[in-house]
Design a protein around this ligand. Structure first.
Ligand code: ADP
Ligand code: MG
Length: 257
């Protein structure tokens, strides 16, 4: 995995309003945001505050009704494999094997068969699915499906990973394990992660930087670096006074304290 070029994400005066039949919904208030390459930005906020809308603007699935989104100075106008999206529900193609799903991006980009097979094996191994390449996706557990989805995104070697509550539907043990795995994959990759969650604990555990959004229309009401380094994530970290104090302060900001 390598990242080259400028992948700074810049939002200037970005707002989004959905047009409704009877009324419009102002999902996001105008906001300013700059994300440096390689950051792990974790975003928390109450349900309906515009988190998914913000992610879809970064992905290029939506165009802001006000303001501009740029990556490396270039406006985001459409989705790109360079900005990989991981959803809460794995949306794997059930008519392809696990490996077929991971190979899909390289295949669409015309990568020759042997090379894309190598790519798939590499990322399946990275997410612990080497033995399941030939399996049907519906044979996988929820946690394994999320691993597969992450491998599928990584196979495009995106500079930016956009994750929308990817572990929200998993049981606690699986979620904790996948958090550690995602952090390990991100660490040293040079990739930018933009990770949405409704769990303050998860945001503080994974992020190098935590953003808190207000209720709709979403604004950024807190934007802070976490007070510990980006090294390996372990269960012990969760119990340290620095972790607990920071987590409690973040929770208080969104009224969960
Ligand atoms: P979150 O991800 O934080 O829960 P969303 O970004 O999904 O919030 O939604 C923000 C607000 O915009 C919510 O009030 C939601 O109902 C509304 N909304 C989302 N998508 C649409 C849409 N396609 N049309 C109209 N309103 C929408
Ligand atoms: Mg959402």
């Amino acid at each position: 995995m390598s990242v080259s070029g400028d992948h700074t994400v810049v939002l200037r005066g970005v707002a989004h309003r959905y047009r409704g039949r009877d009324a419009d919904v102002q999902a996001l208030a105008p906001l300013e945001l700059e994300i440096g390459a390689g950051e792990f930005v974790a975003v928390v906020g109450p349900s309906g505050c515009g988190k998914t809308t913000l992610l879809q603007l970064l992905a290029g699935f939506l165009t802001p009704t006000e303001g501009t989104v740029t990556v490396g100075g270039a406006p985001v106008t459409a989705p790109s494999p360079d900005r990989g999206v991981v959803f809460q529900q794995a949306n794997l193609y059930p008519w392809m094997t696990v490996r077929g799903n991971v190979e899909l991006g390289p295949r669409l980009r015309g990568v020759p068969r042997a090379e894309r097979r190598r790519i798939a094996e590499r990322y399946l191994e990275l997410v612990g699915l080497s033995e399941f390449g030939g399996a049907a996706t519906y044979e996988l557990s929820g946690g394994m499906q999320q691993r597969c989805q992450i491998a599928r995104v990584l196979a495009n070697d995106p500079a930016i990973m956009l994750l929308d509550e990817p572990f929200g539907a998993l049981d606690a043990l699986t979620r904790d394990r996948l958090q550690d795995e995602l952090h390990r994959i991100w660490r040293g990759s040079g990739k930018t992660a933009f990770f949405i969650t409704h769990s303050v604990e998860e945001a503080v555990y994974l992020g190098t930087r935590v953003l808190v959004m207000s209720p709709r229309p979403g604004r950024i009401v807190l934007d802070e670096q976490v007070p510990f380094d980006a090294g390996a994530r372990t269960a012990e970290l969760r119990a340290t006074p620095a972790f607990v104090a920071f987590r409690e302060r973040i929770a208080a900001t969104i009224g969960q304290g």
